[in-house]
Ligand binder design. Structure first.
Ligand code: NAI
Ligand code: SOE
Length: 380
């Protein structure tokens, strides 16, 4: 029987436009899906760039005005892979047009934008999802299963950091491709929304809600040239951000993100310490889950390095033979496949827009606390 078609319009043809295009191409090859994703159109700011991207990735057409994509009757799903300042407008318009919506993280530049996005998709009752892809690293998904099985027991500590070093030079501009992340009007915030948001999403998923936070941020380079105006302007994003938190389950959290950790390009690590066991994971070694089980026989007790390559591990039976690895791009393939499976089952795949709003409440509270120098209560 012919599969139902899922006609996709991707808005944005940069870094994430590529990971998403690859994901929708790969997902039906490796997962048994009821829907066949069809790359109908891609939209970027430049018509020439969009046409080139479309030819490269096998899209049927290209556009340079996202509104035209939303108006098209032959598009079922709008996938937003553009900078943060565009997420709300595109998502709300897409939902109001009755399209399914997938959106890159952070959902909005702040919780107020994200709330309006949640309201729009929920009013329209359209399937929706946010690309917090690190949940779908098989080792991280295994961590979730082990926690849910109660193998860690009561959780005491959650520790996460996301370290980079690409903005140390004062010559890096604000605004422009990639460097839009340094322009607060586009990004919303700095590393809080860009990097800590990933750590928070995973933490909320693995360890439940956060009640209160106390944070500190710093902007090390105070002025930078703006790529579009050519003028030197104050930098309004946070270059580094860290916070302590109290989770609803009684555990304590410690989080850090920076773009000033010389030598680190994307060091995302998390560690969870429970009464019975501990877990450690590192994005640079993404197919290993470090596991310490206090229930092991004393003589043999120690940190185990679980190599996530076996068919028993989450997602791995869909890939190669045991012993062989997968990587970063597969997290997006898993997310696309889960979204499509969710459509078949009539069940929303997480994180939905509402799930991602919880992350925005935490990032807003962190920034509020950095300004007030007080503990702040997280909304929600
Ligand atoms: P990028 O700068 O590489 O690409 C942005 C693309 O959006 C470009 O093709 C540009 O032409 C297009 N664009 C911008 N404004 C547009 C408009 N008004 N209409 C149509 N197209 C427009 O950006 P990147 O790195 O792909 O980031 C996009 C989003 O993905 C951001 O929200 C970012 O936070 C998120 N992201 C998420 C990652 C993850 O780990 N899940 C990794 C990297 C980015
Ligand atoms: C920034 O360099 C960045 O690309 C973030 O925008 C992503 O969300 C993160 O996954 C990797 O780093």
């Amino acid at each position: 029987m012919a599969k139902k078609k899922l006609n996709i319009g991707i808005i944005g043809g940069g870094f994430m436009g590529r990971t998403h295009s690859n994901a929708f191409r790969q997902a039906p090859e490796f997962f048994a899906l009821d829907y066949q994703p069809v790359l109908k159109t891609v939209c970027t700011r430049s018509a020439e760039g969009a046409a080139k991207f479309a030819a490269n990735w096998g899209f049927e057409s290209s556009e340079s005005d996202w509104r035209k994509v939303i108006e098209r009757k032959d598009i079922d799903l709008i996938d937003i892979a553009t900078p943060n300042d565009t997420h709300e407008t595109i998502a709300v318009a897409a939902a109001q047009a009755g399209k399914m919506v997938m959106c890159e993280k952070p959902l909005g530049r702040n919780a107020a934008e994200a709330e309006r996005m949640v309201a729009a998709v929920e009013a329209a009752k359209v399937p929706n999802m946010v690309w917090y892809n690190y949940r779908r690293v098989p080792a991280v998904t295994l961590a979730k299963k082990l926690i849910d099985e109660g193998r860690l027991g009561k959780i005491f500590h959650y520790r996460a950091k996301f370290l980079q070093d690409w903005t140390i030079s004062a010559d890096v501009p604000q605004g422009g491709t990639g460097t839009w992340r340094l322009d607060a009007s586009v990004a919303g915030s700095g590393v809080t929304g860009d990097l800590l948001a990933h750590c928070i999403d995973t933490a909320l998923w693995l360890n439940g809600g956060i009640e209160t936070v106390t944070g500190a941020t710093e902007t090390f380079v105070k002025q930078r040239k703006h790529a579009t105006t050519g003028q030197v302007a104050d930098v309004k994003i946070d270059d580094a951000s860290m916070f302590l938190s109290r989770f609803k389950n009684g555990s304590l959290g410690m989080f850090e993100a920076t773009r000033y950790a010389r030598g680190h390009k994307a060091l995302y690590t998390l560690e969870i310490n429970g009464e019975k066991a501990s877990i450690f994971w590192d994005l640079h070694d993404l197919h290993r889950l470090q596991w310490f089980d206090h229930g092991d026989e004393g003589r043999l007790r120690g940190w185990r390095s679980i190599h996530i390559t076996d068919g028993d591990h989450p997602y791995m039976s869909h890939w190669w033979v045991p012993g062989l690895q997968i990587g970063y791009e597969h997290t997006f393939v898993h997310q696309a496949a889960d979204f499509i499976e969710g459509l078949s089952k009539g069940q929303a795949a997480a994180p939905t827009f509402r799930d991602a709003l919880a992350t925005e409440y935490v990032t807003d509270a962190v920034l509020k606390s950095a300004a007030s120098k007080q503990w702040e209560v997280v909304k929600g």
